[in-house]
Structures are given as structure tokens and as C-alpha cells.
Design a binder for this molecule. Structure first.
Ligand code: AMP
Ligand code: MG
Length: 418
């Protein structure tokens, strides 16, 4: 893992933008995990470490796309029906076994190898068969209903490039090529911890004036969704020495450490000092809302991401900053989610020079478009707002005033919660 840049943009007064922070993360991380071979059935959600090259063509031979009759197009009358004798039968897995002859029709079924000779298949719905003969309609095009060898995949083609995340369709395609094992990157090992003397574990006793730890559970779920192996280091107290030791332990044997809370500048926020004592921070505040107190750094040589404490800010910074970092570290080629243009169903004023993420629900506008309805409460601690939203409206730095009905970028949670 390469050292990250030592420049820290946060100390100069001017806050670094989210885009610049992302650029920094993605540019600086160069080393990838080792590769391993897994059986096809264990490939779901993994990132491909060696391109899949087709060892053979799919389909392997010309075959019929329908149930019907295989004919030489040149045997069909252009101006009316043609009657041909049925000279044989070909089913999937049961080829005709000889070349077809001019002037005969071959009964054929979907997936059956095309006999040598015929170039066209007429579907059975367009034919009438009786007494060993078939009556064929006029007007079919030469080559109709014939699937060509290699039309799906040509032998030798690169069908899935390095860095692609394996979904159902990639696994199916690999199976269609006869591949039983795939080369993927080792799963990223991520250690997570929460900080805060007020936190208690669901199911356990709460400290005085305590609240339950929500963040670790959100973060663990988000990491599992990205295919990571998660080590849960629990809740750490707001005490510098303990935090220091917990972070050191977290870095050992992991590819990434993620904490939440304790990143601000209050007297009870000790994460920043604990990281700097054994590594460095590359930024610790960004010009984004929610999520301003968010840090990227390293503990020794292990990347560290310090997320805020407020649960909504945790999710927003995870999805917009930690996710691309994790994907990059995991070997993915596609880091950035797609935003979609929708209409805002609200007015909004914002400060320039910072990017804001507004929780919103999508509503059909009745003409095929979508309107983003803003969740009524903005607080960074209102986690129920995430449950009741479909995604985030992204308002860029330059914008200061959004009019109801204006076009905005919308980042659906579905785009980033896989
Ligand atoms: P902090 O950044 O540590 O000052 O935390 C900011 C706010 O987030 C405080 O109200 C904390 O109680 C709350 N908070 C911090 N960590 C968690 C957590 N793991 N789960 C739920 N709320 C948290
Ligand atoms: Mg705290």
C-alpha cells in the first residue's frame, strides 16, 4: 500500500471539497489485495482479478432459435406457400446426424444444432404439417430464427474485464463458458469501532444518559454489502490512551480501519490525536453537509477513515467517500455511482462553497418523470429520515438557491447499497 500524500488541506483554513478528497483517495491508493481462486458458486459479489477470456465460442454451433422447420431459403417460393416433405428431425442434444438435402424440411426444436445446408427456420406457428409434409408461408427472410455460432461470445474474446464486480449475469456468463473457478481479489479486511462514553450495545445495559450504538451496525452492514470481511472492535471509550491502543490493534492485520464519532474539535473528541500519534491525517474536515468532521489518514501504513458521530452523517460520508475508497482498495474498476436527473419538489437556500446532501423520497410526477420530495427534518442525527428516504439530492458547491421544480442530481440508495 502506497503512502498517501502528506499535504493536509484542512489546516490551511479553507476546507477541502468532497470531490478533491475523493480524487486524493483514489489517486493515492495503488496497491491491490492478492488474488485467489474461488469456485464459481462462491464468486457472487467478488471483484475479478484476472479478465475472463472465452476459451470457446458461445453458442458452440449454429442452432435454432425456435421450434419449427429448418429449410433452404432458396427452396421457398417467393410469391406463395411452399409444400416440402419432412425429411428428418433435430432436437437439442440430438442432431440430425447428416447434411440436409435440397427440397426437404427438417423438423427442428429450439437449441438443436442446425443441420448442414438449411439457413432458415420457420417457426411452427407459421406452418401446417400433415401426412409427412409441411406447408410453409411465404415472406420469411433468409437466415431467420437461426442463431450463429459465437454470436453471444467469440472464442478468445475478453468477456469480463479485471475489476468488475461479479453479479448473477457475470457468473452465468462464466458458467456458459464452462469455467468452474474464477480469479478474484481477496476480500478486504476492515476493522470497525465506535467511540463514545454514552454508547451501549443493543441488548446490553446502557450507561447513564446513554444511547444505543447505531453506527457500528450501519457500517458493518454497508461493508458486508461491499463484500468486505468485517472485524468488529466494539465500542471504545472517549479516553486517549485506550483509543490509541484500540486503533493500533485495529490496524494490525487489516486493510482499512473505520471509526465513527470523536472526529470533531470538542474536548471529548480524541480520535484525531490518537491517529496522528501513530500515523497521519490527510484531511479531517470537508466542505460537505452533513459530514463535515470526516477524516482520511493512515495508522502506520494502513488506511484509516474517521467518520463523524451523527448517524446520518455516517451514512452519507460512507456512501460518498468511504465507499469509493473501499471499492478502490478492493480492486474495483467502477468506483463512482450514477446520479440521475430529477426535479426538486422543494425550494432550498444553501451556503456556497460546500456540497450538501438532502434526504428525499421520489414521487412519480405523472408524466414519466420523478420529483424529489425533501424529508421534512434535516438533523444529522435523525436516522429515521434515511429509512423514509429513497436517496440523496446532491447540491454542488456552486449552487446557492434551488427553486421548486428545478433539475437536480439524485443519488438513489439502490445505486450505492449493494
Ligand atoms: P461525536 O462526533 O462523537 O461528538 O458524536 C456526535 C453525535 O453522534 C453525538 O450526539 C453522539 O452521541 C452521536 N453518536 C456518536 N456515535 C454514535 C453511534 N455509534 N451511534 C449513535 N449515535 C452516535
Ligand atoms: Mg463522541
Amino acid at each position: 500500500m502506497a503512502q498517501l500524500s502528506d499535504d493536509c488541506f484542512a489546516f490551511g483554513g479553507q476546507l477541502m471539497s468532497g470531490a478533491a478528497a475523493l480524487d486524493l483517495l483514489c489517486r493515492k491508493v495503488v496497491a491491490l489485495p492478492d488474488a485467489e481462486t474461488v469456485p464459481l458458486g462462491a464468486g457472487l459479489g467478488r471483484f475479478l482479478a484476472a479478465a475472463i477470456v472465452a476459451p470457446r465460442a458461445v453458442p458452440p454451433h449454429d442452432n435454432s432459435a425456435v421450434d419449427g422447420y429448418a429449410v433452404f431459403h432458396a427452396d421457398l417460393r417467393p410469391d406463395g406457400e411452399t409444400i416440402l416433405p419432412i425429411g428428418g428431425r433435430a432436437a437439442a442434444g440430438h442432431p440430425l446426424g447428416r447434411a440436409a438435402r435440397r427440397g426437404e424440411a427438417i423438423r427442428i426444436f429450439t437449441g438443436a444444432r442446425m443441420p448442414d445446408g438449411p439457413d432458415t427456420v420457420m417457426m411452427q406457428e407459421d406452418c401446417v404439417a400433415a401426412d409427412g409434409q409441411v406447408r410453409l408461408r411465404a415472406g420469411i427472410k433468409p437466415g431467420a430464427n437461426r442463431r450463429r455460432a459465437g454470436e453471444d461470445v467469440a472464442a478468445g474474446a475478453v468477456v469480463i474485464p479485471v475489476g468488475r464486480r461479479l453479479r448473477a449475469q457475470e457468473l452465468g456468463l462464466a458458467a456458459s463458458l464452462g469455467l468452474a473457478a474464477l480469479t478474484v481479489y481477496r476480500r478486504l479486511r476492515v476493522a470497525i469501532l465506535s467511540t463514545g462514553d454514552e454508547l451501549g450495545e443493543p441488548g446490553g445495559a446502557l450507561p447513564a444518559d446513554g444511547i444505543y450504538d447505531a453506527n457500528r451496525h450501519t457500517i458493518a452492514a454497508l461493508l458486508h454489502g461491499l463484500g468486505c470481511r468485517v472485524t468488529d472492535l466494539g465500542i471504545q471509550p472517549d479516553r486517549p490512551a485506550e483509543l490509541h491502543d484500540a486503533l493500533a490493534a485495529a490496524a494490525a492485520g487489516h486493510d482499512l480501519v473505520i471509526s465513527s464519532g470523536g472526529m470533531s474539535t470538542g474536548e471529548e473528541d480524541h480520535v484525531r490525536a490518537a491517529v496522528e500519534a501513530q500515523g497521519s491525517l490527510h484531511f479531517w474536515r470537508l466542505a460537505i453537509k452533513p459530514g463535515r468532521p470526516v477524516a482520511l489518514g493512515q495508522i502506520g501504513r494502513v488506511p484509516f477513515m474517521g467518520l463523524p458521530g451523527n448517524p446520518v452523517a455516517v451514512m452519507v460520508t460512507f456512501l460518498t467517500l468511504a465507499r469509493p475508497l473501499i471499492l478502490r482498495l478492493a480492486g474495483a474498476s467502477d468506483l463512482m455511482p450514477r446520479a440521475y436527473r430529477v426535479r426538486a419538489g422543494f425550494d432550498y437556500r444553501k451556503k456556497p462553497e460546500r456540497r450538501e446532501y438532502i434526504r428525499a423520497r421520489l414521487e412519480a410526477d405523472g408524466t414519466g418523470g420523478w420529483i424529489a420530495r425533501k424529508f421534512p427534518r434535516d438533523g444529522a442525527g435523525i436516522l429515521s429520515s434515511m429509512v423514509d428516504s429513497d436517496g440523496l439530492v446532491v447540491l454542488d458547491e456552486g449552487l446557492t438557491r434551488l427553486e421548486n421544480g428545478g433539475e437536480v442530481d439524485f443519488l438513489p440508495f439502490r445505486e450505492v447499497l449493494d
